[in-house]
Write a protein that binds this ligand. Structure first.
Ligand code: MN
Length: 155
């Protein structure tokens, strides 16, 4: 595992059969991954369903482009946010317990978040009330890639 100060997160907006956002945290040489049907929120009163999916390879964090027809996840992908993530308690232990508390240092997602396991693969991603939390839809406010400036329809 890298030093925690170097661990990255990425949120990829993915226009597959259903538009969703993929939330990925670098942990132990892999990207722990969750699909967010409604995307992330900066509003501490919102609970966003996060379906845990298979770990992805680290280099997928920089992927933006089109997954061809006939391949898993076919459709367009942009990097909607990325940055470092940090934690206070060892994350593997937190994941096993089903309550992951962490801080995001992205361009759009900032501050404290919790991922809470409801059952099996179903988690909730919840913004914790802090200096960064705010109402309104951050996904409606920001449509373009933080890397290329492209909107998903421009891919
Ligand atoms: Mn996806």
């Amino acid at each position: 595992m890298r030093k925690q100060s170097e661990a990255i997160f990425v949120v990829q907006k993915h226009s597959a059969s259903h538009l969703h956002y993929d939330f990925r945290l670098e942990l132990g040489e892999k990207l722990k991954s969750w699909a967010l049907p409604k995307g992330p929120s900066m509003d501490a009163s919102e609970k966003r369903l996060a379906i845990q999916v298979e770990d992805h390879d680290l280099d997928y964090a920089s992927f933006e482009g089109e997954i061809p027809e006939g391949h898993y996840g076919a459709g367009k992908v942009i990097i909607w946010d990325t940055g470092k993530w940090t934690w206070e308690e060892e994350p593997h232990k937190q994941l096993r317990r089903g309550i992951l508390k962490f801080t995001l240092h992205g361009k759009r997602l900032k501050g404290k978040f919790n991922l809470i396991r409801m059952k099996e693969k179903q988690w909730l991603l919840i913004k914790e009330k802090d200096m960064e939390s705010c109402s309104g839809s951050v996904t409606d406010l920001h449509l373009e890639s933080v890397v290329s400036g492209k909107k998903i329809e421009d891919i």
